[in-house]
Design a protein around this ligand. Sequence first.
Ligand SMILES: Cc1cc2nc3c(=O)[nH]c(=O)nc-3n(C[C@H](O)[C@H](O)[C@H](O)COP(=O)(O)OP(=O)(O)OC[C@H]3O[C@@H](n4cnc5c(N)ncnc54)[C@H](O)[C@@H]3O)c2cc1C
Length: 317
Amino acid sequence: MNALAELMPGTSQIRELRGQLRHDVSMAEYVSWRAGGRAEMMYEPADSEDLVCFLQQLPLETPVYWLGLGSNLLVRDGGLSGVVIRTHGALRELRLEQMKDGQGSVYAEAGVALPKVARYCASHDLTGAEFMAGIPGTVGGALAMNAGCYGGETWRVTEQVMTVDKTGQVRMRKQSEFHIGYREVEAKCREQQEWFLGAYFLLPVGDGRISRAKITELLRSRVASQPLGQANAGSVFRNPEGDHAARLIEACGLKGKQLGGAQISMKHANFIVNIGQATASEIEELMTQVKEIVAQQTGIHLVHEVRIIGERTGVSV
Ligand SMILES: Cc1cc2nc3c(=O)[nH]c(=O)nc-3n(C[C@H](O)[C@H](O)[C@H](O)COP(=O)(O)OP(=O)(O)OC[C@H]3O[C@@H](n4cnc5c(N)ncnc54)[C@H](O)[C@@H]3O)c2cc1C
């Protein structure tokens, strides 16, 4: 039995924490937009066992926010009170569980970067995870967002997940216990909020050379179509049914529109880039203006894909 399994229901142990707790942390350093406010506290656990112990000891009323690589996150300039749990670099286990009947099972902890999972699977001749190579987030963020591209989607290859709740209770949950949609996932039976500690991906055996070639092609097309040299958070808006948010934004003549340090990318209209010292309020206000203009000109109401958390400053832009 591993250390985490010992912490499954029915056990209660108080252990000494081995992670790092910091106060008043700039979240701009931890999100890909390189903008936004500060967090009252950030905990970087030593590993998943340490994280469970931390949650067991945390007062229940303390707000908890989970952070992967911050590639889909806008933290408002007024910041966050409570604690941000940073998984990247901490929950980093990645292992091949078993190969059986033409399939392989890979366990990846929440903090593992998706491109690493894609390469790991290809190196074990497992196919279907190539799409992860182009998404600059973690396994936990991808589970929370049902991240996907090029016809692949995180939950389509997820067999089960390990979760933890605010009291530190760890559970194994099957894919069938979740409602899974386009860029959203919800537990069917939710007594209280649970977060992801890791996922078991089930993938068919294939040819690693073909997977590596797919990954190379996918990355090439991303470099050609996305403003990867500028701070951004990927696609800002969800694609409406049967259309593309980028097409609508471009058709409304919004490419290049700027508000302070935030700009609609000239390369990809569904990306907002930070061209200098953008504030979170400038980014959010630009998003609002895009929504209003697209709704006025096309009648389509865009819904943002990026997650927005934290307090406003009260200063309008
Ligand atoms: C250049 C670029 C390209 C992108 N391309 C794509 C794409 O093709 N397809 C796509 O789907 N997305 C894309 N994204 C968006 C983003 O990479 C994905 O949504 C990714 O899954 C976010 O992972 P993260 O670790 O960065 O999550 P974060 O941004 O850190 O967090 C996102 C959300 O997930 C929650 N979360 C994080 N970890 C956990 C956890 N362990 N348990 C529960 N909740 C958690 C956070 O609280 C937050 O609500 C792109 C982003 C960029 C910058």
